[in-house]
Design a protein around this ligand. Structure first.
Ligand code: AMP
Ligand code: ZN
Length: 112
């Protein structure tokens, strides 16, 4: 989607150090890390919110979580980590979602 920063990373318009990608999703470091280890896992298909997921998106999210589990050592997460997703709601943005392309934060490298 035009003007979406994560779509631009996915299609190579904006450079990023993509550490994993397949047909469905990418994983790259967060530009403003909130912990020593902070990656974002991002479906390639642009959709902003959980409530806009298709059946295919549901399967992609399952594959993302599975892939994260197989990459714990490679990502330096073997001392434990947190995954989180900020979601804007119909009536407000209590979680503070900034980028309206669904993404999963992966945080670790210290006691959170
Ligand atoms: P959220 O508040 O869940 O929407 O988080 C958006 C995240 O995207 C923030 O942690 C930002 O630091 C991160 N971010 C924004 N632009 C970039 C970028 N060009 N490359 C990597 N991460 C980014
Ligand atoms: Zn997008």
């Amino acid at each position: 989607m035009q003007d979406c920063i994560f779509c631009k990373i996915i299609n190579g318009e904006i450079p990023s150090n993509i550490i994993y990608q397949d047909d469905d999703f990418v994983i790259f470091p967060d530009i403003h890390p909130q912990a020593p280890i902070h990656y974002l896992a991002v479906p390639k298909r642009h959709f902003p919110l959980f409530r806009e997921m298709t059946e295919e998106d549901k399967a992609t999210l399952g594959r993302i979580f599975y892939k994260i589990s197989t990459m714990e050592n490679k990502l330096g997460l073997d001392s434990g980590y947190r995954v989180s997703i900020n979601q804007k709601g119909e009536k407000g943005n209590n979680a503070g979602q900034e980028v309206m392309h669904l993404h999963i934060h992966i945080l670790g490298g210290k006691k959170l």
